[in-house]
Design a protein. Structure first.
Length: 406
């Protein structure tokens, strides 16, 4: 009797598993529908940005692009971002790896793709990507639009055979034709429109409401002494953090979006926002910014290893990531090797390794490594400051959340 029960339970399980397989093999997506607000969210609401950030943004050529964006298109982009149907076997969405609670990064060193294979690099957060000239750790993409469809057909990430198959698959769902109609005026689903919707959603993901941002507006009155000290260490000529992770986006390419002519001619970028940034610096005493500001190469080497397993852009050079929301995006670096900010700071303080293209900022006059050498209190202060870059409004904002999970 017992044996009978066990084997029938086994048989039922087997059938269930097989059904699961067939369903994914045939590629008929399960009809899990998104729950959306009757009036679309306002993705252009800038009220939680600091006025400082808004001024810089609004005076840039990003304003035009931002104004052009449309709430219905972005809403469609949000659905696409979280829809596992964008992967060949309906298992993985963009949001599987780019998790909102981790500021749209992943919580593990590497991430799992549609066939349980691991990505080769750590999933970076998606924050203020609209303002970045460097996308991907090796800076092989220079615009959100260029990037957004790449994961869909990637052999580890989502594995779709072709965009045509995807458009057909989405056409067969109940909800997409209507969402495309609202966004683009026609139920016809095209690759270009998928790309546009994903681009606009990713571009709408702007984080500018951290304690640091509020500090910009009110002279940092809410900063405690450790955070204030950390900010000074961050911008000091000793630690040099701000020379690469430069304000207000904390990456070298802050507000330097691709200018195609520059892009083709080489890796030389001039920030049109130097003026704005410099004014910002003067608001805080002791800002030690040298002439390297504004003109810079895209990627660099920070001496993590003597020999690199991953060459990055070339020879161990990686993009300078934005460190906004850094408290939430562990583990850190292109391979997710560090679990805590203390470890990161320790690296800069005394573990930088000699490596051929090590950034000159970490070298002494004869080309050796010059350790930064921070004191215990400086290290703690630095970490305290890094945590002021956390933007809780961003990681809890419903308009960026998964619509398939009401
Ligand atoms: C299986 C996990 C996975 C999935 C699924 C995935 N990504 Fe990523 N994403 C990554 C990894 C890993 C990188 C870094 C790759 C590299 O640098 O070579 C990345 C990089 C990015 C970046 C660049 C961020 C930066 O600052 O450089 C953006 C933007 C992005 N992904 C958006 C998307 C979108 C949109 C989708 C869905 C269409 C998506 N991703 C699906 C893992 C994933
Ligand atoms: C010469 C430029 C440069 C300087 C100076 C610099 N960084 Fe970085 N930073 C980088 C690059 C490049 C990476 C990515 C390296 C990699 O993954 O291989 C990085 C990565 C990081 C990360 C991990 C980001 C992530 O998403 O994983 C943190 C945190 C960080 N830096 C903080 C700091 C602090 C704090 C300082 C000052 C003590 C500092 N950086 C100085 C270039 C720099």
């Amino acid at each position: 009797m017992k044996k009978y029960i066990v084997s029938s339970v086994f048989a039922i399980l087997l059938v269930a598993v097989l059904q699961g397989c067939f369903r994914t093999n045939i590629g008929i997506p399960e009809e899990l529908k998104p729950t959306l607000p009757s009036v679309p969210f306002d993705y252009k609401d800038q009220s939680f940005w600091s006025s400082n950030f808004r001024t810089i943004f609004d005076n840039s050529f990003m304003k035009e692009r931002f104004d052009y964006m449309n709430n219905d298109v972005i809403t469609l982009g949000r659905v696409l971002f979280y829809d596992t149907k964008l992967s060949v076997n309906n298992t993985v969405s963009c949001g599987t790896c780019h998790k909102q609670r981790a500021a749209f990064s992943d919580v593990t060193a590497l991430s799992r793709g549609f066939e349980d294979k691991m990505t080769q690099r750590n999933t970076p957060p998606v924050i203020n990507a609209m303002m970045m000239n460097d996308l991907f750790w090796d800076s092989r993409s220079h615009s959100v639009q260029d990037l957004v469809l790449k994961p869909v057909q990637h052999e580890v990430e989502m594995g779709m055979e072709s965009m045509d198959i995807l458009t057909q698959k989405l056409s067969r769902t109940e909800y997409y034709p209507e969402l495309f109609r609202k966004a683009f005026g026609s139920v016809y689903i095209s690759e270009v429109n998928i790309q546009e919707a994903l681009t606009q959603f990713v571009q709408s993901m702007i984080s500018a409401g951290s304690k640091y941002d509020k500090g910009l507006d009110n002279d940092f009155v809410d900063f405690n002494p450790m955070e204030k000290m950390g900010y000074e260490v961050f911008r000091s000529t000793k630690a040099k953090c701000a020379t690469c992770h430069s304000e207000p986006n904390f990456t070298v390419s802050s507000f330097i979006q691709t200018n195609p002519t520059l892009d083709i001619s080489g890796n030389f970028f001039l920030s049109p926002f130097m003026g704005g940034d410099v004014v910002l610096m003067e608001a805080m005493p002791g800002g030690g910014f040298g002439g390297s500001y504004g003109v810079t190469s895209n990627t660099t080497n920070i001496g993590l290893d003597v020999i690199y397993a991953d060459q990055g852009r070339m020879n161990g050079q990686f993009k300078i990531p934005s460190i906004r929301n850094i408290e939430l995006t562990a583990p850190y670096m292109h391979d997710g090797r560090f679990n805590t900010l203390d470890e990161v700071v320790e690296h800069y303080s005394k573990n930088i390794r000699p490596h051929a293209p090590l950034d000159a900022k970490f070298m002494d006059n004869v080309g050796g490594v010059k350790p930064i050498g921070l004191s215990e209190i400086e290290k703690q202060a630095l970490v305290a400051f890094l945590k002021t870059l956390t933007d809780n409004s961003f990681v809890t904002d419903k308009k960026f959340s998964n619509p398939f999970k009401p």
